[in-house]
Design a protein around this ligand. Structure first.
Ligand SMILES: [Zn+2]
Length: 343
């Protein structure tokens, strides 16, 4: 058995470990199989490019519009990217569980502008660090911290898994800063999504349901406006800077900030899907027809548009084989027309 990725000592014997704490995951997924129709259902994108960065998002109206409907049965069969087997040992798993139960009550806190969520800054900091570390170490969200940064977080977390951790904070903890933005209750009415910013630059950003989190290794950067991240970069300057020694404050923002982020995600998905289909069309031309030339952009576009409209049963709408067959039949029409023209 592999060693636990956190302590790197004990065997990683735990199954069903959460990369995203279950109380946050509930905001975006029906991972436990419960039917939360009012919240929408999570779906996994089949376009290969999109799987990396947005493993699971939730079908807001806009997203459904872009991606088309997928039946519930189909959705249930996709394994959650947020749950892993054999990555942590029992001790480390217990430690994550302790952090989560200590932080979970902050969910019921509320307020205007920057509101205090907890008076336990150490637990709050470790909680958010653990999320960034877990995502980076697992690599499941197409996200990674720098190698040294990942190790810095790991050694801080390991320090606190040891029961004799005293009141002195370990090296590398006090210099870390983070900001949290939240639209309280957003995930209850509308669906959220999980995404980590794949750009490997500070601040490291994550959006999970109704929360957006920003992590800084360099305090100086807390004053800078980060790069484009679903529009959250526009409000992040107003969020209070948190550390392991100052009580956590969360910036409450209106729903429309998260709604705009949802729409941006849908657009991004649509873009990625278009790129994916273009690749598939060019590939199909090569494999089915031995065509190595350049397909006109209009032809590619014309075929790509037809893919979501195919009258295949919706569950199979996006299976690679069926999509390629559909493309092949469209391409044969195109190649036929070329022959006629050349005569
Ligand atoms: Zn361990």
């Amino acid at each position: 058995m592999e060693a636990c990725t956190l302590c790197q000592k004990q065997p990683a014997d735990k199954t069903g470990s959460h990369l995203i704490p279950s109380f946050l995951l509930k905001m975006v997924e029906n991972y436990d199989g419960s039917n939360k129709r009012d919240r929408g259902l999570g779906f996994r994108l089949t376009a290969e490019d999109t799987e990396v960065h947005f493993e699971r998002a939730v079908s807001g109206e806009k997203i459904t519009e872009v991606m088309g409907e997928l039946p519930e049965e189909e959705l249930r069969n996709y394994p959650s990217p947020s749950i892993r087997d054999y990555v942590y040992c029992s001790n480390c798993e217990k430690f994550f569980g302790k952090l989560e139960s200590a932080y979970a009550p902050t969910l019921s806190k509320d307020g205007k502008d920057n509101y205090p969520s907890t008076d336990d800054p150490l637990t709050a900091t470790l909680f958010w660090l653990s999320i960034f570390w877990r995502a980076s170490a697992a690599g499941t969200y197409g996200f990674s911290l720098g190698e040294n940064e990942q190790e810095q977080l790991r050694s801080i977390l390991v320090y606190y898994t040891e029961s004799d951790a005293g009141s002195d904070q370990p090296e590398g903890l006090q210099t870390l800063r983070y900001k949290i933005i939240r639209s309280v209750g957003f995930a209850k009415q509308l669906t959220g999504f999980i995404s980590f910013d794949p750009a490997e630059t500070e601040p490291y950003c994550a959006v999970i349901g109704e929360y957006a989190a920003f992590l800084y290794f360099d305090q100086v950067k807390t004053a800078q406006i980060p790069d484009d991240f679903f529009g959250f970069e526009k409000v992040v300057a107003d969020a209070k800077v948190n550390s392991s020694t100052t009580g956590e404050q969360i910036l409450a923002v209106p729903d429309d900030v998260f709604l705009a982020a949802n729409n941006k995600l849908a657009l991004k998905m649509s873009e990625l899907k278009t790129n994916y289909f273009s690749g598939l069309i060019i590939g199909t031309a090569k494999i089915y027809f031995g065509f190595n030339g350049k397909l006109p952009a209009d032809t590619i576009k014309g075929i790509a548009i037809k893919i979501p409209d195919s009258d295949q049963p919706s569950g199979k709408k996006y299976s690679k084989k069926e999509v390629m067959e559909l493309i092949a039949s469209e391409l044969s029409v195109y190649f036929e027309s070329l022959k006629i023209e050349s005569k």
